[in-house]
Design a binder for this molecule. Structure first.
Ligand code: ADP
Ligand code: MG
Length: 466
């Protein structure tokens, strides 16, 4: 029966996911309704427990009668040949680390060939455009900029502020400043590693898979400056513990740590209290929203940059002023606006007028109509995020692994679309509107009580509306 359970898991989850998490899962015994499974590492244990327990149980139940529950244990050290560390992930990705994408991506280095990727922690290259020279300083980011320059240029052996921690909403220049620090510190001959939270996690997961966690840690600690972006995405118990150790080791050794996140350290719920206070123990700087003057300057410099490659591209002062006034949200949208105008000008060959500018950037303008979200897209996204299939969500199955994502998907359908409850019920496999109402209330309540769920739902909303 165990072989059949494994086959089912492989078929359901796909080869990649299966190989990452289940290939080394073994059945130890079945006794008193409990199936005892083992894996070689604590990390695998906690990962399987937090992501796949229901699914493993469900499959077990359909293959063997009388199984009530599942336990996952860690078996003794295995005599395995050491493989070189494979850490680099080929393409940069700013996607939030959905469990499924982590699994898929964590697999890539093996395909990429172990030899060349071995130990290449500098795999996250710095973007040549994101420098101090191209960073526009204004009221809202002056402090962050000053701290960044001081840290990057600091020669002494003890860091001035450690860690230096930036927080701000999306598109306000955190990543830009981090890259700028990286370039400048490298220019001073210092060994720099820039990692996003995703990469830190991939690196660590891979090191565990290849039984090379120690080498990974040592490599990470043999540097002068560690730059960590999007720290809010670090999750998973053993990963965040590892993150804490790395942080402590570097700071205690007098190495500079620079970090950025979308919120202050105290609000990083997924991190342990001690890690949060360590992050808060240096200098914490918030970057504020871009005021109009700053937006105008950023826009101007982006237009200049584009003109270097497209000399014919002209944007009148009136149009530039309109764009800087209209796009209030963030630097990313400003960049998007410039690209739209450029595309328009290139495709039509006509000069950019106020009117065409207005049309081109309409959807970037604040107070825009919220993008219409489709129920089908909600179902697909939620399914992939929770490692179930869309048909599971539409099915009658009532295991916890399916019920929760189904209820979240119903809730999102209610708040993000204009559909009525009966209509939503119909689109969820022909359910009654009271079922939908129940799901909506349940998730509303749960969100009020559970900060992690609240964040998760918020993230899903943003992904759907983006
Ligand atoms: P974050 O990491 O905070 O989400 P980014 O650093 O990715 O934001 O910034 C988004 C875009 O806006 C980038 O193209 C960046 O170069 C630009 N940008 C943001 N702030 C500034 C600034 N002060 N000067 C120049 N460009 C900026
Ligand atoms: Mg960023």
């Amino acid at each position: 029966a165990w072989q059949r359970v494994k086959r089912r898991l492989r078929a359901e989850l796909g080869e990649d996911v299966f190989a990452s998490w289940f290939a080394r899962l073994e059945l130890q015994e079945v006794a008193g309704g409990v199936a005892r499974l083992t894996v070689p590492t604590r990390f695998l244990k906690s990962w399987i427990e937090s992501h796949y327990l229901d699914r493993v149980l469900a499959n077990f139940r359909s293959e063997a009668d009388g199984i009530e529950s599942i336990e996952v244990g860690v078996r003794g050290p295995m005599a395995q040949p050491r493989a070189p560390v494979a850490i680099a992930k080929p393409a940069a990705s700013l996607r939030p680390p959905a469990a499924s994408s982590l699994v898929a991506e964590a697999h890539e280095p093996e395909r990429a060939g172990r030899g060349e990727a071995a130990g290449d922690l500098s795999g996250a290259p710095l973007d040549a455009r994101l420098t101090f020279e191209s960073f526009v300083v204004g009221r809202s980011n002056a402090l962050a900029h000053a701290a960044a320059e001081r840290v990057a240029g600091h020669e002494g052996s003890t860091p001035l502020y450690n860690p230096l921690y930036f927080h701000a909403g999306v598109g306000l220049g955190k990543t830009h400043l981090l890259h700028a620090i990286g370039h400048a510190a490298k220019g001073h001959g210092r060994r720099v590693i820039y990692l996003t939270a995703d990469r830190f996690m991939y690196g660590f997961v891979n090191a565990l898979k290849t039984q090379n966690a120690l080498a990974f840690k040592e490599r990470l600690r043999a540097i002068d400056v560690l730059i960590l972006d999007d720290v809010q995405f670090i999750q998973g118990r053993s990963i965040q513990a590892e993150f804490g150790h790395t942080l402590n080791a570097l700071i205690d050794a007098g190495r500079q740590v620079v970090a950025a996140a979308d919120r202050p350290p105290t609000e990083l719920e997924s991190l342990d209290e001690r890690v949060r206070s360590r992050l808060a123990g240096g200098l914490v700087v918030e970057i504020g929203t871009l005021d109009e003057a700053l937006r105008a300057t950023i826009l101007h410099s982006r237009l200049e940059a584009v003109r270097a490659t497209h000399p014919a591209f002209e944007v009148s002062p009136a149009v530039a002023e309109y764009v800087a006034k209209a796009i209030t949200a963030n630097g990313r949208d400003l960049e998007g606006a410039v690209n739209r105008l450029l595309a328009h000008a290139t495709l039509t060959g006509a000069p950019v007028t106020l009117e065409t500018a207005e049309t081109a950037i309409r959807d970037l303008v604040k107070n825009r109509e919220p993008k219409r979200v489709k129920i089908e897209d909600i179902q697909k996204l939620v399914a992939s995020r929770y490692n179930v299939s869309r048909s599971d969500i539409l099915s009658e199955r009532r295991t916890a692994a399916v019920v929760k994502p189904r209820q979240i998907a119903m809730y999102l359908s209610k708040v993000l679309t204009l559909r009525s409850l009966p209509e939503i019920g119909r689109r969820f496999g022909g359910r009654d509107h009271t079922t939908v109402l129940h799901a909506v209330r349940k998730i509303e309540k749960a969100i009020g009580e559970d900060a992690a769920l609240s964040d998760e739902v918020e993230l899903l909303k943003r992904m759907l509306q983006d």
